[in-house]
Design a protein around this ligand. Structure first.
Ligand SMILES: *[C@@H]1O[C@H](CO)[C@@H](O)[C@H](O)[C@H]1NC(C)=O
Ligand SMILES: *[C@@H]1O[C@H](CO)[C@@H](O)[C@H](O)[C@H]1NC(C)=O
Ligand SMILES: *[C@@H]1O[C@H](CO)[C@@H](O)[C@H](O)[C@H]1NC(C)=O
Length: 440
């Protein structure tokens, strides 16, 4: 601005000098010379001699290492700037804040001093939840922030494969949910001993889930809504996980009997909508902490083992849409915490006496089965066709608990006024499959 003023002034001075001066007051020329003098002095020198049309000097190229609080932040700065240049979509314009030598203040980034250091804050947490950013890969970014403890990126457009995060030894929460990640299960995460929360739901990951996934120390493992296939690893029950979602994938094979080893920890588990087969294992009945067990929409067969009458905490039990048969055990219909028992679209032929009460209360859905006398059952020929096929699941009559007596039956629901609708409580695992945008 100042240079332009200067040029204008010079031009007018030139004109004044060329024009005949006879009619001009003497004072005007004096003013111009004063103006020029001030202009040159204030301009800081140099610019005054620039030939007309030359661009002003470029702004200084980025901050220098000495501008940063510490070298860790300088390194993070370089990684973030590189990543920023690959971002193809930024609907909330968050990356406009990603400039200058204070990366701790960039939108989405937070700093903390890593364990073992003192007073050396660096990027410890990245939260891009809901930003809608898109980039062809997270490689070179995530793996370039070695002190990261938390990465949340729900509902963005990150593509490519999961980067190799073996070097992120402090990482304990990793949420890639609802992105466009592809490739196999991220094997590179398996050595991360501190990981407590792993959420890769709603991506396009495929292939087998390795046994190592169930050796992670996680509380939460959300793998739902991907393209995972192959049988579930036999060591599934070795996992200390509390909330496990395997729903809406292409898993095959049986529910691993090792699931009983999770009886002290597993609270909610969703096998829903896969291609699981085999007999419903007796070991499920040992999940004494489970409030949600859902193996609906698979090809699981067999009778319901009597051990299911030991699921004392279970509120939601869904086995609908399978190839189950036999009698629905009376003890299952007497489970004390039961709020929703869904057994529709199977081939059960009878129900325990206590089940009729649940049907009336609409706690039990047994539509499209083969129970004589109940409404909405399958046509006779369909039942006959299924029942004529050989059955190989052993009757499972062992009961690993003291069953709940009739006096306890439906005690939870019984406490509610009759007309009040039994509302199912919010479930961590069901939220994970029903709401792709749900964030931690
Ligand atoms: C983003 O922010 C920059 C800098 O403030 C601004 O120039 C640009 O127009 C903004 N873009 C959008 C899409 O809002
Ligand atoms: C349960 O864990 C024990 C010891 O950790 C192991 O020996 C056993 O094989 C596991 N059970 C199943 C069914 O895998
Ligand atoms: C009961 O569970 C089934 C299967 O998960 C679900 O489709 C249904 O909506 C649930 N009913 C209620 C009232 O929550």
């Amino acid at each position: 601005m100042r240079i332009i003023n200067l040029l204008l002034l010079l031009l007018s001075a030139l004109l004044l000098a060329v024009l005949p001066t006879s009619q001009e007051p003497v004072g005007a020329a004096d003013d111009v010379s004063i103006g020029i003098g001030i202009g040159i002095g204030g301009g800081g020198g140099g610019g005054g001699n620039a030939p007309p049309g030359r661009c002003p000097p470029p702004p200084p190229a980025g901050p220098r290492p000495s501008d940063f609080v510490n070298v860790l932040q300088y390194n993070a700065y370089k990684v973030i700037q590189r990543f920023k240049s690959t971002i193809t979509c930024d609907p909330k314009n968050v990356t406009r804040t990603w400039t200058g030598p204070r990366p701790c203040g960039y939108t989405g980034f937070r700093c903390d001093t890593p364990p073992g250091l003192t007073d050396t804050p660096t990027i410890a947490s990245v939260d891009f939840n809901g930003f809608g950013l898109a980039a062809p890969t997270l490689s070179g970014f995530l793996d370039g922030l070695p002190d990261l403890a938390i990465f949340h990126a729900n509902s963005n457009g990150f593509a490519g494969t999961v980067p190799c995060l073996t070097g992120l030894r402090f990482l304990y929460e990793l949420d890639f949910s609802n992105n466009r990640l592809s490739g196999r299960f991220p094997y590179e995460l398996l050595p991360l001993r501190n990981l407590l929360f792993l959420d890769v739901r709603y991506n396009s990951l495929a292939g087998a889930v390795p046994p190592g996934a169930f050796l992670l120390g996680v509380d939460v493992l959300f793998l739902n809504n991907n393209g995972f296939s192959q049988p579930l690893p036999a060591n599934l029950g070795a996992s200390p996980v509390k909330y496990l979602t395997l729903a809406n994938n292409l898993f095959t094979g049986p529910i691993p009997p090792s699931i009983c080893n999770a009886s002290n920890t597993l609270i909610e588990v969703l096998f829903l909508n896969n291609r699981l087969s085999g007999c419903l294992p007796y070991e499920v009945g040992l999940l004494r902490k489970a409030t949600v067990f859902d193996a609906g929409s698979n090809q699981i067969t067999g009778p319901i083992p009597l051990s299911f009458g030991c699921l004392g905490k279970v509120e939601q039990l869904n086995l609908a849409g399978n190839l189950l048969y036999g009698e629905v055990p009376d003890s299952v219909c007497r489970l004390p915490s039961l709020l929703n028992l869904t057994l529709s679209e199977n081939y059960f032929t009878s129900v325990g006496a206590s089940c009729y009460g649940l049907i009336k209360k609409k706690t039990l859905n047994i539509r499209r089965n083969c129970v004589p006398g109940l409404p909405g059952q399958r046509p006779g020929w369909e039942c006959a066709q299924f029942l004529a096929k050989p059955k190989c699941c052993p009757p499972s009559t062992y009961i690993p608990c003291a069953l709940h007596g009739p006096e306890e039956a439906g005690s939870r629901a019984a406490g509610l006024p009759e007309e009040e609708e039994t509302r199912t409580p919010p479930s961590v695992a069901y939220t994970a499959i029903h709401d792709p945008h749900g964030k931690k």
